[in-house]
Design a protein around this ligand. Sequence first.
Ligand code: TXA
Ligand code: MG
Length: 344
Amino acid sequence: MKTNSYDTVVLGGDENGIERAAALLRAGEPVAIPTETVYGLAANALDPNAVKRIFEAKGRPHDNPLIVHISEFSQLEPLVTEIPDMARRLAEKYWPGPLTMIFRRSPIVPDEISAGLDTVAVRMPSHPVARSIIKAAGLPLAAPSANRSGSPSPTSAGHVLLDMGGRIPAVVDGGKCQVGVESTVVDMTGQTPRLLRPGGVTPEELRAVVGQLAIDPAVTSQLENGAKAASPGMKYKHYSPKARVVLVKGSPEKFSDFVNRQKAPGVAAMCFDGEETALEVPYVTYGGREDAAAQAYRVFESLRRLDEMQVGLVYCACPKEDGLGLAVYNRLLRAAGFEVISLD
Ligand code: TXA
Ligand code: MG
């Protein structure tokens, strides 16, 4: 295989870049593309060989299914056996945007995409470059986040190059991702919609359309050993820098007192904007304590910065768990391998 042997080119998000990306995708090659959530590693969703290239480039476990990206609602019908009424209503409200819905899949969806499940995840991104690439390619595109499996998701073309440089033919640079965390994943195949992964569309926003929403236990807790994950991606340690991360719940004062007592070579903090002034250890900030949108925008970049600082242990101030904060909390819990300390 050609993995590891590319001279990865950076394409612009202009007409020329979009056309060149579309041509590569039509030829069965994987290409990293910007979306409003995070960068995705895209390939022709209807070509099993193209889809395999994604798994190879990412080092992704084969039991973790991929999201199919479309630019028009009409592309959904051939992929699924049924579009439930509530899914139509959610699509009307939140597509294009950071919402992924799970449907029963039709036979044209390759097994490689669904990783053995009888369902398929579909989303319509809002990023203009992503939409133009899907249109120009004339194909639905499978795209997981464009990081090496286990690493923080990429929110800039530079992050993609760090993880995927040499492993893929091209990345399209569409600037920094505006949402910063991945899409919300909701299973629409049961009676009640079920939240599998919190993301850019909040539970409150979903409930405003569908009324009842079940929250999968894996969103905020660790699966028992051997338990089957509704969303396979949620069972892995994920989004991690190389350092050990510990999530710390408590007031700003308790957080800084605690962290300063742990001061030692290799110990660092990830804290909210303005709260670094009380700290005696190296730090990164990731948005204001009350500003979940800023936290989402910066969380992955901040986790990557910790790698550059070459620290061994990071105490991370815990975000609130409502609204967009739930998505940030969910990612940090996984970065921390579910290691949480409560100071209250
Ligand atoms: O915002 C996003 O969703 C980004 C951008 C690129 O669109 N994509 C993304 O893909 O985050 P990925 O592969 O990193 O995460 C997809 C998640 C995984 O947790 C996977 O297990 C879950 O969605 N998933 C995909 N298909 C599924 C299915 N049929 N049933 C349940 N979960 C599914
Ligand atoms: Mg991912």
